[in-house]
Design a protein around this ligand. Structure first.
Ligand code: SF4
Ligand code: SF4
Length: 220
């Protein structure tokens, strides 16, 4: 039951800030923001913050805005790139970049790249990295792919019942700890990278940033 943004939207972007799965998007020149119905988890946070009451649950949408259900879905059909996951060679280059950054700061880590569904594409464990770092890096990457956000943003919510129940339903694979970020192609999530093993999760996150630079600047 996704939420829907109607033509009442005034484009201020307030809902984007609170969406835990980053499923609200627009593009330059578009008259409003839109919710991706395939990603929305029905949390109602956007509806609460909208200053002009432009957002409705699809089953509660007023008849005069019913066409917005198709308008929201069509936006993502047209703008989501029909692309596959991160190619292995690119994933491996990202992992090497994460390792290089870790080496530079004196850390030993494992880096994992997963696809948009959280399945592993490539895993790279540095010599002397903690054995458990591989599992932690995968869990972080899986979490970033599932929530479509950097895992650092989930840390403040870690004790909330809604997130704890998701941890249980994902059989412990959800890990709200810094050190993973989604990999995006436009508005489409194509995977995530997770890193674990350095002395601080924030340093793992910096390794991820180094890896993401490979994705964002291919050929450099
Ligand atoms: S209901 Fe929650 S998940 Fe869905 S668009 Fe709104 S904030 Fe995002
Ligand atoms: S909070 Fe409301 S007005 Fe603002 S962008 Fe979202 S839907 Fe539009």
């Amino acid at each position: 039951m996704p939420y829907i943004i109607t033509s009442l939207c005034t484009n201020d972007g307030a809902c984007v800030e609170v969406c835990p799965v980053a499923c609200i998007h627009t593009k330059p020149g578009a008259p409003q923001f839109y919710v991706d119905p395939e990603v929305c988890i029905d949390c109602e946070q956007c509806e609460i913050v909208c200053p002009v009451d432009a957002i409705f649950k699809d089953i509660d949408i007023p008849a005069e805005h019913a066409e917005s259900i198709e308008v929201n879905a069509a936006f993502f059909r047209q703008n989501k790139a029909a692309i596959g996951p991160v190619p292995f060679d690119t994933a491996w280059a990202m992992i090497r970049s994460a390792h290089e950054y870790a080496e530079m700061v004196g850390a030993t880590v494992t880096a994992v790249v997963v696809d948009e569904a959280g399945a592993p594409i490539a895993v790279g464990k540095m010599d002397k990295a903690e054995p458990r770092s591989a599992e932690l890096a995968f869990d972080k990457a899986y979490t970033a792919a599932a929530f479509h956000v950097a895992t650092a943003t989930l840390v403040p919510q870690a004790r909330q019942p809604s997130l704890r129940s998701l941890v249980i339903s994902h059989r412990g694979k959800i890990l709200p700890m810094a050190g993973a970020i989604p990999i995006l192609n436009g508005v489409t999530i194509v995977g995530a990278i997770g890193v674990a093993g350095s002395s601080r999760p924030e340093q793992d996150a910096l390794c991820c940033r180094a890896a993401l630079a490979v994705w964002q600047n291919p050929g450099h």
